[in-house]
Write a protein that binds this ligand. Structure first.
Ligand SMILES: [Zn+2]
Ligand SMILES: [Zn+2]
Length: 453
């Protein structure tokens, strides 16, 4: 006689399921809690386990994992998870925990018996069912490409560093984290996917309605303030759209892995695999590549982990985006004891900074980390960020035309950013430079028109 174990903390469900099976000639064990159910299973090794998902103390996922990890339980049983919750994430999680099937409550006896009759079972739930299906060919975005990009523009959707800071004190500059939109030469390029990308997604949805859109998102690095908005980017939820995310391998795991992890079930209700849009995550191997007609160059930044900055050459001018960076020489000027070594170290650090200056040289628009003022920086040496004095100095030396102070500190209110902007402009004047400086502000758009200037 075949044996089944039913685990459910609802006595009515438990009784109904047990009776259904007994009437069909099954020998049935029952438990009203997950942990006692697992103990019974290990003792009697039933061929089938039907377990409820949501139970206090020991839930259905835990039951699955406890059984699947028990080497002495051989052959392994078929596990059917039953639940009143019908979310795709719950089905995916059940599979990942080791379930073979998933049934939605209230369970019709005939449905359960039909499932048990199936040879080898497992037809109700397959990975492909819960992962969603992707369209094989990219949608046609010709209309979209024609509609954008002349003349090139830069628009700020998120200018804050570290964490989003909504509230009265950040109304002027905005509280969203890093996200900048560039439209140039038929391309829509998004620089980082901080919380600002949510509003960009809403704007694109209302602007292009059902017309397929095509977006390239360049990620500088995967700190939260640069990726956390992506799960809220509406265009990723339409099968008509093409979204390409590009960036570099992270410090510990790949780009795809980090982006997928932040959408896993403990953190977010929809997994990356379930997004219906035509979505590609691409780890870039080269430091130079093209997005359509836009030439992109990347350079490694001095910031904890792996972080790059991007420089884009468009038909209207160049844009450099360096949201997180700490100048090498500033960092290395921190107290050292051996003066001979310090000279050598400093010379090396200056060489590294010269590379950065070359990277932004003659750029029309530079969007640069300026998280701290000069005094604050002294207590934040080694945190991976720049002070406004250095951002101005680097831009002046590199003959940048316009500098946007970016990655505003979450503790800086509008008045503080106003004063940093004023100081930066004074500094540029002291250096005798024509450098224009603005503190980046949500909603501001810059038109790039080098030919007309
Ligand atoms: Zn950051
Ligand atoms: Zn960072």
């Amino acid at each position: 006689m075949k044996t089944a174990l039913v685990i459910d903390d609802d006595p009515i469900v438990l009784t109904v399921l047990c009776r259904t099976l007994e009437d069909e000639g099954w020998q049935v064990l029952k438990a009203d809690a997950g942990d006692t159910g697992v103990a019974l299973a290990i003792e009697h090794k039933p061929e089938v386990i039907i377990t409820d998902l949501l139970m206090p103390r020991f839930n259905g996922y835990q039951v699955c994992r406890a059984i699947r990890s028990n080497q002495a339980y051989f052959p392994q049983p078929r596990i059917i998870v039953v639940s009143s919750s019908n979310y795709a994430a719950d089905r995916t999680n059940s599979i990942e925990a080791g379930a073979d099937d998933f049934l939605l409550k209230p369970i019709k006896p005939v449905e359960l018996l039909h499932l048990l009759d199936l040879e080898g079972g497992t037809t109700f739930l397959r990975k492909s069912d819960v992962m969603g299906s992707k369209s094989a060919a990219p949608p046609d975005t010709t209309f979209f490409r024609r509609a954008i990009g002349t003349p090139p523009t830069v628009r700020f959707w998120g200018v804050r560093g570290s964490i989003a800071t909504p509230g009265d004190s950040t109304l002027k500059y905005g509280g969203n984290t890093a996200c900048v939109e560039v439209r140039a030469d038929g391309e829509l390029i998004v620089l980082d996917a901080g919380t600002g990308i949510r509003n960009l997604g809403r704007k694109l949805a209302s602007e292009f309605k059902s017309q397929p859109i095509e977006v390239s998102i360049l990620i500088t690095h995967t700190h939260w303030d640069h990726i956390q908005g992506f799960p809220f980017f509406i265009p990723a939820y339409s099968p008509h759209n093409q979204i390409r995310i590009k960036g570099y391998e992270g410090a510990r795991v790949g780009l795809q892995s980090v982006l997928t992890s932040q959408m896993e079930s403990p953190y977010f209700p929809v997994s990356m695999q379930q997004l219906p849009g035509y979505l590609k995550v691409e780890e870039i191997k080269e430091m130079q590549f093209n997005i359509g007609k836009v030439k992109v160059t990347a350079a490694f930044m001095n910031h904890p982990g792996i972080c790059v900055g991007y420089r884009l050459e468009t038909s209207g001018g160049s844009i450099a985006f360096l949201p997180d960076n700490e100048p090498h020489s500033r960092l290395r000027m921190a107290p050292v004891t051996d003066s001979a070594q310090s000279y050598e170290v400093l010379a090396y650090a200056q060489k590294q900074d010269e590379k950065l200056i070359d990277f932004i040289r003659d750029c029309d628009v530079v969007i640069m980390d300026s998280q701290y003022d000069g005094a604050e920086y002294k207590s934040h040496i080694g945190w991976g960020h720049t002070c406004v004095d250095d951002a101005v100095a680097l831009s002046v030396i590199a003959k940048v035309k316009k500098l946007f102070l970016f990655h505003h500190d979450p503790d800086h209110d509008d008045a503080k950013i106003d004063s940093m902007q004023e100081w930066a402009r004074e500094l540029a004047a002291i250096h005798g430079s024509n450098l224009e400086v603005d503190a980046a502000r949500e909603g501001v758009e810059v038109v790039l028109n080098r030919a007309a200037a």
